[in-house]
Design a protein around this ligand. Structure first.
Ligand code: MG
Length: 407
């Protein structure tokens, strides 16, 4: 079994409504690059990474000389080939490797009749619980427009009724901090007994973070995610307010992981199958965390169904997954999978039962959304279409106005 070819296709898939966050917005669509690794028998494995366009596709396809003739099961050799320390210094290939590794696990699993999780030690669980992942949203023709506490609470209740979520995560940091506090209070009132999380993506100073943490400390919090920037800042917040802290922003490699554990800087680490360089690297980080009695969670960087499947396989294998996973997935209007989007039941998504990643890519859907990308193009994630002159200059933050609901 060897690799014969690699292909890359950029797609854009619409969201129900634009999602507002501390550094800008997702402008109403996700742009993703789908990576297809083709075996010498014509079988394909699929991976996925964020962003796209000609240069992203060229970066993926440009790695063919490294891959041609490589056994997709020799995953550790693949990691060194693509992500060796010198290459990592000069060419940032971490996310490219993550997508290729995803595709190799899919390809090898399909060839052997094994699930990706079976190649990683086997699953501990068959259902992965998810959080509702609530955003302030710009209004479209028939969706979105939630900015006020009662509107976010109503949206959370509707998502709970539809998907069964019992954990709710607010993407904060877009409006003034006290607005997020009021929303968290409204969520607690509207969803008694459910678990809550607040993630302002490092938009606040240490002192502001401590003040907010103390203000919401009486709620049913899972954790307080990335209130401020930097490991040192996060450590100061952890010391001076009572909620356990979490990060997906400042612990994203093994050096930072060691530092964080050794100096007790962050409690919970959110693992991402792209940002850590692949499913295997994310799982390895999970095992390090488990050794030191830290909990892991599964991070979402804005996925379609291929990446979601990788998150399900990670979640299935993590012994210390003590929290519901994150996914933007329910914000999408469609997917590139045969049969459409994977479904939530009781707030969880079932681990696919088929070989490899267990999802089947629909080539007609890929063509449809590649054409949509060609028509609408990309956007800058750190620009806010509602505030064209605004930049996320955080020491001089200017908060958005919750009365503005439409771009
Ligand atoms: Mg986060």
């Amino acid at each position: 079994m060897t690799i014969a070819d690699i292909r890359a296709t950029t797609v854009a898939v619409p969201l129900e409504a634009p999602l507002r966050h501390a550094a800008g917005a997702h402008w109403g669509r996700f742009i993703r690059t789908l990576v297809e690794v083709v075996g010498d028998d014509g079988l394909s494995g699929w991976g996925e990474l964020g962003g796209g366009g000609e240069s992203a596709e060229a970066a993926v396809v440009g790695l063919l000389p490294y891959l041609k003739g490589h056994d997709p099961l020799k995953l550790e050799q693949l990691r060194w080939k693509i992500m060796n320390p010198t290459a990592s210094l000069y060419n940032n290939r971490l996310q490219l490797h993550a997508a290729i590794e995803m595709a190799c696990l899919d390809l090898a699993g399909k060839r052997l009749g094994l699930r990706a999780c079976d190649l990683l030690g086997g699953p501990i669980r068959e259902r992965i619980p998810f959080a509702s992942y609530l955003f302030y949203r710009y209004e479209t023709a028939d969706r979105g427009g939630e900015t006020m506490p009662d509107e976010i609470a109503a949206h959370a209740r509707a998502l709970k009724a539809e998907h069964g979520f019992t954990t709710h995560k607010l993407k904060g940091g877009h409006f003034a901090p006290d607005h997020d506090v009021a929303v968290m209070e409204a969520l607690a009132d509207a969803l008694p007994g459910d678990r809550l999380r607040l993630d302002p993506n490092a938009a606040w100073s240490v002192e502001e973070s401590i003040r907010v943490g103390r203000a919401i400390a009486h709620l049913n919090n899972d954790y307080f995610e990335d209130p401020t920037w930097g490991l040192e800042g996060m450590a100061r917040v952890r010391d001076r307010q009572p909620i356990p802290t979490a990060t997906n922003m400042v612990v994203v490699n093994f050096e930072q992981l060691a530092l964080s554990i050794r100096h007790r800087m962050v409690d919970v680490i959110l693992l991402d199958t792209t940002f850590w360089g692949g499913l295997r690297q994310a799982l390895k980080a999970g095992h390090v965390l488990e050794t030191f009695q830290h909990s892991a969670a599964v991070h979402s960087s804005g996925e379609l169904g291929i990446q979601l499947a990788s998150m399900l396989h990670l979640g299935a294998c993590l012994p210390n997954l003590n929290f519901a996973a994150d996914a933007h997935y329910h914000h999408l209007t469609d997917d590139i999978l045969k049969g459409g989007k994977l479904r939530y039941e009781g707030g969880a998504i079932a681990l696919p039962t088929g070989p490899g990643l267990g999802v089947e890519v629909d080539r007609e859907k890929v063509a449809e959304y590649a054409e949509f990308y060609a028509r609408v193009g990309g956007y800058m994630y750190d620009r806010d279409p509602g505030r064209p002159d605004w930049y996320a200059i955080w020491p001089e933050q200017r908060w958005a106005d919750p009365a503005v609901k439409r771009v």
